[in-house]
Design a protein around this ligand. Structure first.
Ligand code: PHE
Length: 384
């Protein structure tokens, strides 16, 4: 707001007074038209009607010099001007009048606005949390098996050598252990090898724990975190997630395994997806297989994502090796269960294990596994 100079007043004739108040009125109106918020209004009020330095005081002082015969006219005009200025400097009054005019013209003027709350300001945005995409994927896989009558089993991430390896038919110092780069817990060398602690390298030890805990029939899914001493790159992370499955009952055959996984893959990736089984090796399954699904990007005709093969490798599986049932039986005996519930002559089973990150990457077209662990909201928000 610029400073306003009070115009000079040579005489008290009607013309002089009219031009004097005319100039002041237009000065005031120009100031007033620029007052767009509460602070500006306060500045306007201080400038014109402020108790100490307000222009009204100054104008009043000047007019006191009027000769007695002009006082009446001067007084009326001064009072009228003062009334106008005071009314226009009263923020609440101006605002209420504005709202009344708006309301009369048919604009909706909420009571909140009238009370000085600006309802047009953006509100405080609350973003409700969502399940992490890996958790969403893990839950989706688990759900497919729940619908087949499986229940969920969980186990510890810090595991003993026995459950992670030995009971699963990885003998001590066997080269098969090299395929799972293991993070050992420090200070374990004083213990017998089967009791040494490590970070579980797969969810398979929960197979053993579940079988030791109870007789068949058993149908379980085992979601969880696993750890390997792997360098991180676009497709590897030292900590990742698996969903394991185990089914043990009388008359379980490789056909059951094929049918179950074929159904699960179609439930997860769409009914057009085909599966195929390749011979593979795991110490705890015999026979073992790797399962591939037809490429969900090209439908099998070959593209960059499936390296032009038309197939994507997804999981490992196989029929539970009798050596695993033998470890379970031995362990159950130690605990006092002498029922031979896991006699391979009577029962059989299949197991499978899949990587959650890999499935999530395929489902969502994510090319760098690191995105899942970055905590970058721009990435995560896409899964809300
Ligand atoms: N545990 C195996 C792995 O992590 C996967 C697997 C599970 C294979 C169950 C067969 C049966 O590589």
């Amino acid at each position: 707001m610029s400073t306003t100079k009070i115009p000079s007043l040579n005489d008290y004739s009607a013309t002089s007074l009219q031009s004097f108040f005319g100039i002041l009125t237009s000065e005031f109106e120009s100031d007033r038209s620029q007052a767009h918020n509460r602070d500006a209004f306060e500045a306007l009020r201080v400038k014109w009607v402020g108790r100490k330095q307000g222009l009204m005081n100054e104008i009043g002082d000047l007019l006191k010099t009027a000769p007695p015969e002009a006082r009446r006219d001067v007084g009326t005009q001064f009072n009228a001007f003062k009334k106008l200025v005071e009314a226009q400097c009263d923020f609440e009054a101006v605002r209420d009048e504005f709202h009344a005019t708006m309301a009369q013209a048919g604009f909706p003027v909420q009571r909140e606005v009238a009370r000085g709350i600006d309802i047009t300001l953006p509100g405080a945005v609350r973003t409700p949390g969502i399940a992490h995409p890996l958790l969403q994927t893990m839950e989706a896989v688990v759900k497919v098996f729940h619908q087949l009558g499986y229940s969920t089993s969980l186990g510890p991430q810090v595991e003993t050598d026995f459950y992670n390896f030995e009971a699963l038919n990885f003998p001590p110092n066997h080269p098969a252990r090299d395929t799972q780069d293991t993070l050992q817990i420090a200070g374990q060398s004083g213990k017998p090898s089967r009791d040494r602690l490590l970070m579980r390298t797969h969810t398979s030890p929960v197979q053993i724990r579940s079988m030791v805990a109870g007789p068949p029939p058993l149908r379980i899914v085992i979601p969880g975190k696993v750890h390997r001493n792997d360098a991180a790159d676009a497709t590897h992370s030292p900590i990742f997630h698996q969903v394991e499955g185990l089914c043990v009952d009388t008359n379980i055959t490789f056909s059951d395994l094929k049918g179950t996984l074929d159904h699960a893959m179609r439930a997860l990736f769409g009914s057009a997806v085909k599966t195929r089984f390749f011979p593979s090796f795991f110490p705890f399954t015999e026979p073992s297989a790797d399962v591939q699904i037809s490429c969900i990007f090209c439908g099998g005709s070959g593209c960059r994502k499936c390296k032009h093969s038309g197939w994507i490798e997804l999981l490992g599986c196989g029929m539970v090796d009798p050596a695993v049932f033998a470890s379970v039986t031995e362990e159950r005996r130690k605990l006092g269960f002498d029922d031979n519930a896991y006699d391979p002559a009577r029962i059989s089973g299949f197991a499978f294990g899949m990587g959650v990150e890999r499935i999530a990457m395929i489902l969502h077209g994510v090319s760098d596994i690191g995105q899942f662990y970055s905590g970058d909201m721009r990435f995560l928000e896409q899964f809300a």
